[in-house]
Design a protein around this ligand. Sequence first.
Ligand code: SF4
Length: 239
Amino acid sequence: MPRAPKVHPLPDPEVARAFRRRLHRWFRAHGRDLPWRRTRDPYRILVSELMLQQTQVSRVLDYYARFLERFPDLPTLAKARPTRVREAWHGLGYYARARNLHALARRVTRADGVIPDEPDTLRTLPGVGAYTAGAVASFAYEKRAALVDTNVARVLHRVFAPDAHPKSGPGLKRLWAIAEAILPRTGRASWTHNQAIMELGALVCTARAPRCTVCPVRTHCATYAATGDVQAGRRTAAE
Ligand code: SF4
């Protein structure tokens, strides 16, 4: 007889609510004051998101400020010569991001000059994948949009789905489904939630040295429950 497919339930709504409560409280107390968290300007959010792709926050901070001094808005960037954009990006690496940002600015400016607020439309723009589309919709427009980057995938994997490998297609698909399922109802609360879960992955539930003893969501964490020690996350597939 064929074996029934394995069912992967999504987090129970009550569990999701309790998880969010703890996570958001922790974020309000411990979240970093970063410049892109002080704005809802879609252009500034977009610049920060593209800069942060594969680059650490500490490295991005200077570049972000300098880039915005030189190109304070989308039309200014759209008009700039490619060499000027490349100069402003020099040292940050992955220049395809600068090229994409410049192409995006030109395309949006040629249209109506407004950066879209829907993830599906955002994804049609150069350099904007599923994560960045969710980030711009959530962080700039406070839309109720899920997002999964490396940090979020690691947290969701360890807390809710230790059997879902975050680097496999099906595993990642499941983590996106979990991210959707645990989103708060409102866009405003989703802003906090998305920032908080990314921050937890950056500061506490790190890849190599998860700080489980100070983790605000350890009572919900399947990996912690299974291994019960500070280095719980080290033995997961997220490394
Ligand atoms: S308890 Fe540990 S493994 Fe679980 S989410 Fe917190 S830091 Fe990560």
